[in-house]
Write a protein that binds this ligand. Structure first.
Ligand code: FAD
Length: 448
């Protein structure tokens, strides 16, 4: 006599109301298994993020048990890490269903096999992923080549990730642009031993050795391809080439906030004599230069320019510059430099170019005029996120891009590092941010 098949209530429920049936349009992996004897066929599709099963769907051709086990396993595996999901066994599925008839245990309980096949498919794809990338496709695209960007690119490439770095201006970032020759005195391990030019050279050699692709192009827009989640980078020049990457690193540093001095707008155009920290300093050679600003950046700018400019006036509205005493002592010793504190810059005057500035000495309460050819406004800086603004990157209360401890922003696959995220304005901190990104991307991509 044929034994009647008794199904548990849970099996019946999953058979009548199967969960997660269907197809994932852009599935990351597919696992298919079949039992030729019983005729059951099962397919499981996965969407995976950071090694976690974010979505799972199935299609099954078979009996009630085959459908119920497929439905059950999708509920069990959703939200699990791949590693944990690989440990789900046929018995676990049967147990969670309140048991399966003996005859169905081997014939139709294929769901765990289908899930394992899908996970293996995902891991295989990860392993061969780098080889499949096309000419302008990368795992990591870094925008900006200051200490943060160069470090992110080099460490990512060191971790085996296909990496590209874009720079619109000077390789090595703002400091190499403004101060290439001066020795850096606060980079642990290299204090007083290396200049920004030397550090950049060393970074670029590392990048070369790790086979980072370098592009001297400004990234004007970063968009996200809906289907694949890939980031699409468009660069200036209109060549029609776009670049694609799984991960993008915003290492675009900062840009000056206009200081609002009368005449600034007029003379900031057409080489009219107003410059900012990102200016090419060779434009200032042989000029009478006034630097207006505060703190370390203003003092450093004066120190850096003193190598190429013979007549510098450093002016601040504050009663002193808040920098370490030894830094100030060094700057005070520069012959070409005159320092004025407690003094406001009121106005820039001239016909087509700056010819003189009007100052207010707040100690003596008097107005002064000084004849100059150029004014460097070391005003406040703000994070430069123009290329990614429209992505909806979250900003913190101080105006910096918000990240977690891995330098991840709120947009999946978009990182931010260096002056984009922090007012701790140090090369070593920027470089550390970059290294964190390389490690994090590796951990997200490596098969587990
Ligand atoms: C005058 C001065 C002196 C300083 N002295 C010291 C010092 O002695 N020691 C120290 O530790 N720190 C110093 N700093 C601070 C240090 O320079 C910064 O901490 C560091 O530069 C931050 O690096 P970053 O990579 O975040 O940004 P940045 O160095 O600003 O690099 C950003 C790069 O991104 C590029 N970029 C921007 N937008 C795009 C785009 N759309 N496409 C492609 N490229 C783009 C820019 O051209 C730039 O090269 C100084 C800063 C200044 C201004």
């Amino acid at each position: 006599m044929v034994e009647p098949i008794e199904y548990s209530e849970k099996v019946k429920d999953h058979f009548r109301n199967p969960r997660n049936v269907g197809v994932i349009k852009d599935a990351d992996a597919i696992g298919q298994v079949g039992n030729p004897v019983c005729g059951d066929l099962m397919e499981i599709q996965l969407k995976v993020e950071d090694n976690i099963i974010k979505d799972i769907k199935f299609r099954t051709f078979g009996c009630a048990s085959a459908i119920a086990t497929s439905s059950m396993i999708t509920e069990m595996a959703k939200g699990m890490t791949l590693k944990d999901a690989l440990e789900i066994t046929r018995s676990d599925v049967a147990d969670d269903l309140g048991g399966l008839p003996r005859v169905k245990m081997h014939c139709s309980n294929l769901a765990a096999d289908a899930l394992h096949a899908a996970i293996k498919d995902y891991m295989e794809k990860q392993k061969s992923g780098a080889k499949k990338l096309g000419e302008n496709e990368y795992e990591v695209a870094v925008v900006g080549s200051g200490a943060a960007g160069l470090s992110a690119a080099t460490v990512s490439a060191y971790m085996g990730l296909k990496t590209v770095i874009f720079e619109s201006d000077t390789w090595g970032g703002i400091l190499n642009n403004m101060c290439s020759a001066r020795l850096i005195e606060n980079y642990p391990g290299l204090t007083g031993k290396i200049s920004p030019a030397g550090l950049t050279k060393s970074f670029l050699e590392d990048a070369e050795n790790q086979q980072v692709d370098r592009k001297k192009e400004a990234v004007i827009s970063i968009d996200i391809e809906q289907e694949s989640g890939l980031k699409v980078l468009t660069t200036e020049g209109g060549t029609g080439i776009t670049y694609k990457a799984r991960f993008v690193v915003l290492a675009t540093g900062s840009i000056p906030v206009e200081s609002g001095v009368v005449g600034e707008e007029k003379f900031a155009q057409d080489e009219g004599g107003v410059y900012y920290l990102s200016t090419d300093p060779s434009k200032l050679t042989d000029k009478r230069v006034l630097i207006y600003g505060k703190g370390y950046n203003a003092v450093s700018t004066a120190e850096c320019l003193s190598g190429i400019v013979n007549n510098i006036t450093l002016v601040t509205e504050e009663s002193s510059f808040s920098v370490p005493e030894k830094v100030m002592d060094k700057v005070k010793g520069i012959e070409a430099l005159k320092i004025m504190t407690s003094t406001d810059l009121l106005e820039l005057q001239g016909a087509k170019k700056v010819e003189k500035v009007i100052l207010q000495d707040n100690t003596e309460d008097e107005k002064l005029e000084i004849y100059v050819d150029a004014v460097v406004l070391v005003s406040e800086l703000k994070p430069n996120i123009k290329a990614a603004e429209h992505l909806g990157v979250e900003i913190d209360e101080s105006g910096f891009v918000k990240t977690d401890k891995h330098q991840r922003t709120n947009i999946d696959g978009v990182y931010a590092v260096g002056n984009v995220v922090s007012d701790v304005d140090l090369l070593i901190v920027a470089a550390a941010h970059g290294a964190i990104v390389g490690h994090d991307v590796y951990n997200r991509l490596k098969p587990q």
